[in-house]
Design a protein around this ligand. Structure first.
Ligand code: TZP
Ligand code: MG
Length: 210
């Protein structure tokens, strides 16, 4: 089952990524993605192993960004593949069906391609401008999500990503997205996980202003 809230790790160093992952887990995160860029493979592997220990302790699922072989090596629950990473079908061959594979999409066509390649979920964005990611694609805004989701007939969960803050979530859900992936809004205050989980799990309260 794909979670409706994914915490994307951020930090200045591998240690701060791990500290933030620990805080996310103890604040009730269900899914955490280790998104550690610009480190060598050994550092990534060692950090991923520690992230696995932390997340296992809290029974939180762990995804590894970009590197499907490391995901398998550390017994993570899945991998998230960007558009310039390995092809999801290649990752599937290596990982089998027990690990989740997510892919990044910026357009309807990207979504359709990923669905053909059998991903378990699609990270569709960016919703708004964000400094968390460099080389950001054009923002979709609510209208972009609505247009894509109106066209896309799929059971593959669509996870919105990019600059999402608490007041955005209710209107994003109305476009038909399944869930959200969030970094900054959670890293700045880990108590936001409880608020976001609450909004995402209570359809009746979607009209409320948070
Ligand atoms: N991919 C598209 S936007 C983004 C990624 C990894 C960053 C999400 O982080 P934030 O801080 O929630 O904007
Ligand atoms: Mg990537």
């Amino acid at each position: 089952m794909i979670s409706k809230l994914h915490y994307i790790s951020q930090g200045e160093t591998p240690e701060t990524h791990l500290a933030n992952i620990q805080k996310a887990c103890s604040s009730g995160a269900d899914w955490v993605q280790l998104r550690l860029k610009d480190v060598d493979q050994e550092t990534l592997l060692q950090t991923a192993l520690k992230a696995r220990e932390i997340t296992a302790h809290f029974q939180t699922r762990l995804l590894i960004n970009d590197h499907y072989k490391i995901a398998k090596e550390v017994k993570a629950d899945g991998v998230h593949l960007g558009k310039t990473d390995a092809c999801p079908t290649e990752a599937r061959e290596y990982l089998g069906k027990w690990l989740s594979i997510g892919g990044t999409a910026n357009t309807l066509e990207d979504c359709e391609n990923l669905i053909k390649k059998g991903v378990d979920y699609i990270g569709l964005g960016p919703f708004k401008f964000t400094t968390t990611k460099t080389n950001l694609s054009p923002t979709l805004a609510l209208e972009g999500y609505q247009a894509i989701l109106d066209e896309l007939k799929t059971d593959t969960p669509i996870i919105a990503i990019g600059g999402i803050t608490i007041p955005d979530v209710a209107s994003l859900l109305k476009t038909g997205i399944y869930g959200i992936a969030v970094s900054g809004e959670i890293t700045s205050n880990f108590n936001n996980i409880a608020t976001l989980n609450n909004i995402l799990s209570t359809p009746a309260t979607q009209e409320q202003v948070y």
